[in-house]
Design a protein around this ligand. Sequence first.
Ligand code: FES
Ligand SMILES: [Fe+2]
Length: 396
Amino acid sequence: MKKTEQQRVIQGLLDHLDASTNVDAGGQVKIPVSTYLCPERAQQEWDLFFQDYPSILGLAADLPEAGTFFTNTDLGKPILCTRDNEGRFHAFLNVCRHRGVVVEAAASGKKQTFSCPFHAWTYSNQGELVALPREDHFGPVDKSCHGLVRLPAEEKHGLLFVNPSPNGALDLDERLGELGPELESWNLGRFVGSGAVTYPHAMNWKLANDTFGETYHFNVLHKNTLAHEFYGNVQMYDTFERNHRMMLCLKNIETLRYQSKADWQVLEGSLPVYFLFPNVQLIIGREGPTLVRVYPEEANPHASYSKISFYLDSELLTHTESEETRQILLDIQGRMRGFGEIIQQEDYVAAASSHVGMRSGAQEYLTFGRNEPALHHYHNTYRSALGLPPLTVNSH
Ligand code: FES
Ligand SMILES: [Fe+2]
């Protein structure tokens, strides 16, 4: 993040604290509960946002060196992601061109070639069909057109983007807009993986996104956890195309009041939470980023899950020679996991309860307040992508 932007954000948070104000969306909006419950809507979303849309499948660290791979099924099809021997990122349908069997079953690893478990047709980590047994018996196969089906894939700003549709677009510059250079500034490629958890939840996937869209709930839902570390109901907020950035307010911001503005480091006083449309929260913590990906269970409006991946600054791992530094590292990893547990045990419990409440038929709409602009923006961009009119603002 640019120095001037860091200063603007910190100053804005301090001003809000001093004036007891918050960001203001200019009014309230009412959102129909059908947004979350309608099966036809869920199918539309699945087709548009998960079957033919640039999707973030991890950080560069998920393919830590040449020859590594991981597999993925979150987008409803088997996908194989590789880093080839020159370090380039590729994605393929993980489907054998002989009789369609899933080629690689492991979640991740390091391999030069991938051999199908059925008859051992074998593919390189660049997707080429390189060998098949007994071609003299099987008959000739034109290897040049029986490689794994390639998917549009790009490693950009330290993130791994894939479109699960072979003819789909990636158009990342257009999708990210001004956010691209800012993501680049975090140098996300320098981090290393530090574990991941998956939480299934009985609720619409957008409710999981919504829990990240405001800090109005911090002093209530998180009164015994995050509220110790954060000021609730105070944030700075900016949009970038379909994406947005919330800057949460750490109580540690008070220490910046005694520093010269030129010395302000934004992560000392604030926690950036980027929402990358349609389903990713990228949280930039002081010790490393956390990537939250939310997926519907295919087109089911009532079931979804979150994958939360933790990453650490590689610098931290190079200083593990003493017991003391090892302990510091364990503490950081414990804190990261604790953060994931708060999301699961507090945010997602409330969100799943909201899903139950909506299904009861008690009301036809939910209300997003003036202090929840991220929810306005997310739902309006979502509606616009589906060809729906924006939510009406009630400016009382
Ligand atoms: S299905 Fe893969 S080798 Fe036959
Ligand atoms: Fe929360």
